[in-house]
Design a protein around this ligand. Structure first.
Ligand SMILES: C[S@@+](CC[C@H](N)C(=O)[O-])C[C@H]1O[C@@H](n2cnc3c(N)ncnc32)[C@H](O)[C@@H]1O
Length: 214
């Protein structure tokens, strides 16, 4: 049965663990696995929060990144994150990780079953999202199974209206054909343009012109 890829660690990830150290040291052990964002990709998201002063963060697909970003928002004493999560059991686990560090005022996980074609987070859950999102991190739903490759496409088209002026969108896993096709589709159908970090396998987008990678 197919499973998430295990990507051999790139030297950039080893450096990224060091960059992330203040956040990793800011709380108890996190059960990292191949399902989580690569450290080099997480550094890109954290840099967006700090250098872009992001305060209304939405994440599609929760996990260790949710906890690390919540720690960062707590350190900055600014901002909140809402993570959409289709898997109820995983949503509870991530919620428990946030609760043990009293991070619920900085981040919460909203259980949102997948719905529609392609299946995406159920519309009812979108009521829980901020009206002016300034950072959207797209790392879900899972898109590694054959036939599921374009599952992340609805993220931008669904949430475009909720993205603030000057917002950025980060898409993970752009080393996969599915996410590359999603990016091309977004650039064709919307005003969003993306800068690609091929080493971290993430793209960072803004309206009208590709942003400088922070
Ligand atoms: C790419 S993962 C999201 C990872 C998350 N953004 C992070 O960096 O930790 C997409 C989905 O896989 C599932 N998932 C992630 N990590 C998992 C784990 N360790 N065990 C089971 N499911 C996991 C969750 O349903 C999640 O929404």
């Amino acid at each position: 049965m197919p499973s998430p890829r295990v990507v051999p660690h790139h030297p950039a990830d080893l450096e990224a663990w060091q960059v992330l150290r203040p956040l990793l040291d800011a709380g108890p052990y996190l059960p990292w696995s191949s399902g989580a964002l690569r450290p080099a990709a997480l550094v890109r998201a954290c840099n967006e929060v700090v250098l872009g002063d992001r305060r209304a963060v939405v994440e599609c697909g929760s996990g260790m990144s949710t906890v690390v970003l919540a720690r960062l928002l707590r350190q900055r004493e600014a901002g909140q994150l809402v993570a959409l999560e289709h898997d109820e059991g995983w949503a509870q686990r991530v919620h428990d990780l946030l609760r043990r560090e009293a991070l619920q005022d900085r981040a919460r996980v909203v259980h949102a079953p997948l719905d529609g074609d392609p299946p995406w987070y159920a519309e009812a859950a979108l009521d829980d999202l901020p009206m002016a999102i300034d950072l959207l991190l797209v790392d879900g739903p899972p898109a590694y199974l054959p036939g599921d490759e374009h599952r992340r496409a609805p993220a931008l088209t669904t949430l475009d209206d909720r993205l603030a002026h000057g917002a950025t969108v980060v898409l993970d896993d752009i080393d996969r054909p599915g996410e590359r096709a999603v990016l091309e589709g977004w650039e064709t159908a919307t005003a969003w343009r993306f800068a690609r970090d091929e080493v971290a396998a993430v793209a960072v987008g803004a309206r009208d012109r590709a942003p400088t990678l922070l």
